[in-house]
Ligand binder design. Structure first.
Ligand code: GCV
Length: 714
């Protein structure tokens, strides 16, 4: 009796807390009560649960089932004991109890690997049960989160049968967090890692972070910036890292570190970091052994070398392969891996920055050790609102390439703008490289299926920080969520993920779901339109990359805007066909031909690949100048529509969340208008043409926009 009262009290208290917690902290794990009719239906299907096994991971699964189901179904759902009853959830590793032993289950799980799971409604001793089972404990936890997601999104649990396993092995966040607590390109406060407090004082948020990642299948995290501080590898910091790794472990989240290539000199007292010098190789071997002695569950290294001033093997006339292999050799005995980035910058300004990665890496295909992944950004420049897929995908068949997406919106309005990134991620994943003929998509390159690579990875530059809602903008959470879901299964559709996230975050009211889904699905194209339509790129504010900056002309040439848009009296755009830099030649045929011919080049990438006259007749029959204007205006209009669609939701969603997003959207509308006005005024100096028809004219002079500090809008 007493126990029941205590459970009820805990349940009621947690429901009250949950109902009040609308500050975004709970992410997509709110476990809000489902509708009354669903509650009635599900209460019959779920009367309790049994978790077989005692590991910390399975304990988490049990806790999630208890809190999640109780909160969503509005009744206490507790662990059942004794004989099996009807309508019980049974969770545990395959074979760990009589219910989990059948050949039906083992047959289905045969190919589910170490992280896959099976959810199945079945009969056991004439009782209706639902099993959550897997080959490992972490598989059971992933299955538990999926099951709770299904309950929250109102799935029918009759005849439930879901078998799922990840398509990508290393699903990893990259934190660009510095040891002083700042975050490079971070827009949600300070770093989550309070290095000064560690290892003694532990922030409870570390566990919530791991839980959030596990709930969407993210299994790895790089804690520190790729512009790495060598101190990270000192025993002092490794002990701090070990504490985090220990907290993350039951959630299946492995810790990795970014390392500075010159560490043997910086913290090892050596005179060189040359990867072919035996003392350097020995230093890394000892360092890696030390890392594993302190952090047994360590995953490996991420390296930015010979890029933007970072040291690397080329400082010693060695190749990327020499550098990566030295580290890989040291990590190999411990099962660790190297993620070596292909985002490289020459010290000299090249004729075309877009070509450099392929020029440097393709000749090295086949020279990397087995535990090296080459980490390639989705496009060849730098996380622009729209880029063609990186030509390296498909170009190194003997080497596993992993994807690097950016979740933090460095070039996409940071934490001011609502920009749902799944369509951007999908656009790249679905691009056809034609490396082995039609159907050789980027997705098949990175999931290893095109060339049978067992080691695969997808990374996302994190958008998390110390802000209470984790990501600054509430909708930033959808991008973290979408990244995790796509890393697990790159075939999921953007709309499907958006809908799931909305139901978990806001509500399952069909009117709310469809309105927010539309806003999300429109948002990325709106951003492209008011920032960089028709293939324009890298015309953002200087250095901080916030707001328009088509006039940026000072500093290193390939960091300016004029290097990229090349606007002049004739036209605008970067000629990358044979008549220009021939970057199109880096793609396989027929992609190369399609991009290089003005008549077949997709218009959304036109100015990426071609310098086009202002009067050029577009497919619509209008001139390029008219189309540029129309796109900028459509972007602004699109944001206005997003604002009004959002405002129509007042009263249908939580007021705190509503206000937060409304304020952000109003700023975004202003920012979009400034983007259009700035870019149109600036390009008009060259086109010398009027703003067509009834389109809104820039309200101020170009001089005004050039002097304006748009960062005030953040
Ligand atoms: C971590 C861009 C960003 C840099 C970032 C770099 C990279 O240049 O602006 O902040 O540095 O990419 O990916 O290494």
């Amino acid at each position: 009796m007493k126990t029941t009262i205590v459970i009820l009290a805990i349940y009621l208290l947690s429901s009250v807390l949950q109902a009040n917690a609308k500050d975004g902290y709970d992410l997509w794990l709110k476990y809000s009560p489902v509708s009354e009719s669903l509650q009635k239906q599900d209460q019959k299907k779920i009367t309790g649960f049994k978790v077989y096994g005692e590991s910390p991971t399975l304990k988490i699964a049990g806790n999630e089932l208890q809190t999640g189901l109780s909160a969503m179904l509005g009744i206490p759902v507790t662990g059942a004991s004794g004989k099996i009853k009807d309508n019980i959830i049974v969770a545990g590793k395959l074979g760990s109890s009589a219910e989990l032993k059948s050949s039906v289950l083992s047959d289905q799980l045969k190919n589910a690997g170490e992280e896959g799971y099976l959810l199945k409604a079945m009969k056991f001793k004439n009782k209706e049960i639902i099993v959550i089972t897997a080959n490992t404990d972490i598989g059971v936890l992933y299955g538990t989160y999926q099951f709770l997601r299904l309950v929250q999104t109102g799935a029918n649990l009759d005849n439930l049968s879901v078998l799922s396993s990840p398509k990508i092995k290393v699903r990893i966040l990259n934190h660009w967090d510095n040891l002083n607590g700042s975050i490079e390109r971070g827009y949600a406060g300070q770093s989550l890692w309070t290095w000064n407090d560690l290892p003694g004082k532990v922030d409870p948020r570390y566990q919530d972070y791991a839980r959030a990642n596990a709930s969407i299948g993210i299994n790895s995290t790089v804690l520190n910036n790729v512009n790495a501080n060598p101190q990270m590898l000192t025993p002092e910091y490794l002990k701090k890292v070990a504490v985090l790794a220990g907290i993350f472990k039951p959630y299946g989240l492995k810790v990795y570190l970014s390392v500075k290539f010159s560490s043997p000199m910086n913290i090892g007292g050596l005179e060189t970091a040359d990867p072919l010098v035996p003392a350097v190789r020995e230093w890394w071997k000892k360092k890696v052994a030390e890392v594993y002695s302190i952090i047994p569950e360590f995953g490996g290294f991420l390296v930015k070398a010979n890029s933007e001033g970072q040291p690397g093997p080329q400082n010693y006339n060695r190749t990327h392969a020499d550098g990566a292999n030295m580290l890989a050799e040291a990590l190999e005995p411990f099962g660790g891996i190297v993620m070596w980035r292909a985002f490289v910058y020459d010290n000299n300004v090249p004729d075309d920055r877009a070509k450099q990665a392929l020029n440097e890496f393709k000749p090295l295909d086949g020279q990397f050790r087995k535990n090296v992944l080459i980490q390639v950004k989705n496009g060849a420049i730098d996380f622009q609102p729209r880029e063609p897929f990186h030509p390296l995908f498909g170009a190194m068949p003997k080497t596993p390439l992993m994807m690097e997406f950016q979740i933090t919106q460095e070039y996409l309005g940071q934490s001011t703008d609502l920009c749902y990134l799944a369509p951007l991620f999908k656009e790249c994943l679905e691009s056809d490289t034609y490396a082995k003929g039609k159907g050789s998509t980027v997705m098949k390159v990175i999931d290893g299926s095109l060339e049978n690579h067992p080691l695969t990875g997808m990374s996302g530059v994190a958008n998390t920080g110390s802000d209470r809602n984790w990501t600054g903008h509430l909708f930033g959470q959808s991008n973290w969520y979408a990244f995790g879901r796509l890393a697990w299964n790159p075939s999921l559709a953007s709309g499907e993920i958006a809908e799931e996230w909305i139901r978990l975050t806001f509500s399952s009211d069909p009117a709310v779901v469809s309105a927010i889904k539309k806003i999300m699905l429109d948002s990325r194209e709106n951003s492209v339109n008011y920032m960089t339509p028709l293939g324009l790129h890298h015309i953002m504010g200087n250095g901080h990359h916030f707001g328009p900056g088509p006039w940026v002309s000072r500093g290193r040439a390939d960091w300016t805007a004029i290097y990229y848009h090349k606007a002049d009296s004739i036209g605008i755009g970067f000629e990358r066909s044979l008549a220009g830099s021939n970057a199109t030649g880096q793609y396989y045929k027929p992609v190369a031909d399609k991009f290089s011919d003005l008549r077949t080049c997709p218009e959304e990438l036109l100015l990426w690949f071609h310098h086009v006259p202002w009067s050029y007749k577009m497919r619509s029959g209008k001139s390029l100048w008219e189309e540029i204007n129309l796109h900028y205006s459509a972007g602004v209009e699109g944001v206005r529509t997003m604002v009004s669609e959002w405002k129509a939701l007042q009263g249908k969603i939580d007021p705190e969340e509503f206000d937060h997003v409304t304020k952000k959207l109003e700023k975004q509308q202003q920012l979009a208008t400034w983007w259009r006005n700035s870019c149109i005024s600036y390009f008009q100096q060259f086109s010398k043409l009027p703003v067509p028809g009834n389109l809104e004219k820039p309200a101020e002079s170009l001089d005004y926009y050039m002097k304006y500090d748009f960062r005030g809008l953040k």
